[in-house]
Design a protein around this ligand. Structure first.
Ligand code: GLU
Length: 284
């Protein structure tokens, strides 16, 4: 029996759009092609950015398209105690430390922005806050992470120079995506992460956290992004429209084409069955 367990982990900041449907379909196809299980996790840690009811809309869109999960969805907003326990496990051996810096202080002391757009934390509080109250908690990075992506091949990132000590718990008390995703992937027994390529440069941070927490590292596959007409990533932030699930076969065909598949005409079931077979030979 396959031990494959995959997941789709949307942040419910808006309904599914063409880009997030591609990520959902890719993770579903990879799970089905491997005879595995597919889970849905609602990544609503950043509550203020998640309008009420949006997660339910996403779950409805997935089920209208025939993408059914094998277990009930997990909601990150209900799992703060697990993230706190992981943070405590990181603090004790010194992998995490309290940081007293304000945004303005970091901006004044930091060098140029990292590739992923955030400031590289200058390490001010690495050796203590000098009596200032702790605002956020950070992970102490240590060197380079080499990793493998099933599509992109060998990857490497120097966490110290390219990312810096990153936030695990924010000054406003919210949990950071990096910590929540690592805790949940491990607790849900996820063996394979399939998601959009925009998240590839987060992966070394997640692998560093897995190692510090003595958790297994899943296999990773980052899928090509669907670009808007202006060449930018299609996202809720740049106004990508919610998909219309009134015509499931059409939506599934479009998403399949974005993944390089050649979908047949016919019902949603026909499109999905053909896509599983094609995916199996393209991404064994
Ligand atoms: N919640 C993240 C997003 O919607 C995806 C996280 C993941 O797949 O690891 O961008």
């Amino acid at each position: 029996m396959s031990t494959y367990r995959g997941r789709f982990a949307p942040s419910p900041t808006g309904p599914l759009h063409d880009g997030s449907l591609v990520a959902a379909l890719a993770s579903w196809l990879d799970a089905r092609a491997h005879g595995g299980q597919w889970l849905v996790r609602i990544e609503d840690v950043d509550g203020p950015r998640c309008p009420p009811g949006t997660a339910e809309i996403i779950l409805g869109q997935l089920s209208a398209l025939g993408l059914h999960a094998d277990e009930a969805p997990v909601w990150q907003s209900r799992r703060g105690d697990r993230y706190q326990a992981a943070l405590d496990r990181l603090i004790a051996p010194g992998h995490a430390y309290g940081c007293a810096c304000t945004r303005a202080e970091i901006a004044a002391a930091a060098g140029p922005r990292a590739k992923h757009g955030e400031l590289v934390y200058p390490g001010t509080c690495r050796h203590g806050t000098q009596g200032r109250p702790v605002r956020a908690w950070r992970f102490r990075v240590d060197g380079r992470v080499d990793w493998h992506d099933r599509r992109l091949g060998a990857q490497t990132q120097d966490l110290e120079t390219e990312v810096g000590d990153f936030v695990l718990k924010r000054a406003d008390g919210l949990w950071a995506y990096q910590l929540a995703v690592v805790v949940d992937d491990a607790e849900q027994g996820i063996t394979d992460v399939v998601r959009g390529e925009d998240l590839a440069d987060n992966t070394p941070r997640q692998i560093a956290l897995q190692r510090a927490l003595h958790l297994p590292t899943p296999r990773y596959l980052h899928t090509p992004l669907v670009l808007a007409a202006d060449g930018h990533k299609l996202s809720k932030q740049n106004g990508a429209a919610a998909i219309d699930v009134g015509d499931p076969p059409a939506r599934l065909r479009e998403a399949s084409v974005a993944l390089g598949l050649v979908p047949p005409s016919g019902s949603a079931g026909d499109v999905l069955a053909a896509a599983i077979a094609q995916w199996r030979s393209a991404r064994p």
